[in-house]
Design a protein around this ligand. Structure first.
Ligand code: MV4
Length: 447
């Protein structure tokens, strides 16, 4: 096992990893920009190293600075958290070249899933159901017309190098296709330096269901059920739950086994998430994320596991601490992502926290780096807290979430808490009857 781990991240996820390290008797090293000198992750870690100015490019994304911080402190492994360098295959290779361990999958697996066509081809070959679409890239507008006519409209043009909603264009009818194709290509070129696109049948009213998988890198893998992340605004998740209100035990076992078998077959190591669109009782693979996700705590609550501990175990060469037969869902968990943003425009609202109180009590987990007097810097993403509840069933989880939101105090800045309170009064949310477009439609009338 490692003696010392460096956490190449900030905010609540840095705390999450430091906490796992402490429980495993591993020393932790925080890295921080000058803007984060007073941040909670710096205070909570055993040691800290300043890695640069506020700009992420020159600090949390600076590979030389992070490798140097490892060398200075003697850290043997790096946990990347989510975002920043967590899915950067080049970083993984450099970490290894320096004799250090990246806590996550191999560079090859990150590359495989980062290229959306290769990811889809691989999943298809492994028996994972995919959205009907082009076989590989579509290079010409003639080919785009041929593929779309064959499939039928609407279609969606996606960037091979994209993901998370970037570089996508929908063509409702054949009349939209020329523009969708050329815009998707030029935006992809500008954003990713790669203009390759592929085409899929556009699913009109799906849910976003993602399966949590975990592999040991040696051909064994498990699944830990699904999360329903359909409530999104501009591809930012707002509220996530486990299990999905739309998935029954038999369906979960079936798609879960398909996913676990697929990642076992490629010797995948560590935590991964296989994203699907789910419509008319069918799953359609869209992407795989090769990192620990923001919303992992709802899975931890329902399955009773510590996913970060498992990541660290597997990265150090030890076996996972469970097999599939030991994993069973228990109760229901919901997470609210609370952002420092002013409604209704969701405008970033950085500034000083004049008063902070975290909710508590049975079945309540608050993952947050806030403290009284903390100044939220304007340079990074606006997530300030994840409020996660766990209860025996969905109705009691909602009651607990309302109760916990009521206890929370975050004064001095604007937050998205009023949105969460309002959502928990909506009949469609209470009944679980929502899809990926529900929130944006609802926001058009909510004020
Ligand atoms: C789609 C789709 C409909 N049909 N693919 C958006 C993010 C990226 N991960 C995939 N996305 C979508 N892909 C097909 N074939 C609709 C979306 C989509 C979406 C997906 C999940 C959650 C929210 C979304 C909001 C808009 C569009």
């Amino acid at each position: 096992m490692f003696n010392k781990i460096l956490i190449a991240n900030r905010g609540e996820i840095a705390l999450r990893v430091i906490r796992a390290c402490k429980e495993m008797g591993i020393r932790s090293v925080a890295v921080h920009s000058t803007a984060d000198a007073d941040a909670m992750h710096v205070r909570m870690a055993d040691e800290s190293v300043c890695i640069g100015p506020p700009s992420s490019m020159q600090s949390y994304l600076s590979i030389p600075n992070i490798i140097s911080a490892c060398e200075i402190t003697g850290a043997e492994a790096i946990h990347p958290g989510y975002g920043f360098l967590s899915e950067n295959a080049n970083f993984v290779q450099i970490v290894q070249d320096h004799g250090l361990t990246f806590i996550g999958p191999t560079a090859d697996h990150i590359n495989m899933m980062g290229d959306k066509i290769t990811a889809k081809d691989t999943m298809k070959r492994l028996g994972v159901p995919c959205v009907p679409g082009s076989l590989g890239g579509v290079a010409t507008i003639e080919e785009a017309h041929a593929v779309s006519a064959e499939m039928g409209f609407p279609v969606i043009v996606k960037a091979t190098a994209g993901g998370g909603g970037r570089g996508m264009k929908v063509a409702k009818t054949v009349d939209d296709l020329d523009e969708a194709f050329s815009t998707a290509r030029s935006e992809s070129k500008a954003a990713f330096g790669n203009d390759e696109v592929y085409i899929e049948k556009y699913l009109t009213l799906p849910r976003h269901i993602e399966i949590q998988v975990f592999g040991d890198g040696k051909g064994r893998a498990v699944h830990l059920g699904e999360r329903d992340c359909s409530l999104q605004r501009r591809h930012q998740k707002v509220l996530e739950e486990c299990p999905s209100p739309a998935i029954d035990a038999e369906t979960r076992a079936r798609i879960g086994k398909t996913c676990a078998d697929a990642v076992a077959a490629i010797n995948y190591a560590g935590a991964g998430t296989i994203e699907f669109l789910y419509e008319n009782d069918e799953f359609y693979f869209i992407e795989m994320n090769t990192r620990l996700q923001v919303e992992h705590p709802v899975t931890e609550a329902v399955f009773g596991v510590d996913l970060v501990r498992e990541q660290i175990l597997v990265a150090s060469g030890e076996p996972m601490s469970f097999v599939q037969e030991e994993l069973a869902p228990n109760g229901h968990s919901i997470e609210c992502r609370i952002n420092a943003e002013k409604l209704p425009e969701f405008r970033p609202s950085p500034g000083k926290i004049s008063q902070f109180h975290a909710p508590g009590g049975l079945g309540v987990r608050m993952d947050s780096h806030l403290y009284d007097g903390y100044k939220i810097p304007p340079y990074y993403d606006s997530l300030i807290a994840k409020l996660i509840v766990h209860a025996p069933d969905r109705a009691s989880a909602i009651a607990r979430l309302r109760r916990a939101l009521g206890e929370m105090i975050v004064d001095g800045i604007d937050t998205t808490t009023p949105l969460h309170n309002a959502l928990l009064q909506e009949p469609d949310i209470l009944s679980g009857d929502y899809d990926i477009h529900w929130l944006e439609k609802w926001l058009e009338t909510y004020s």
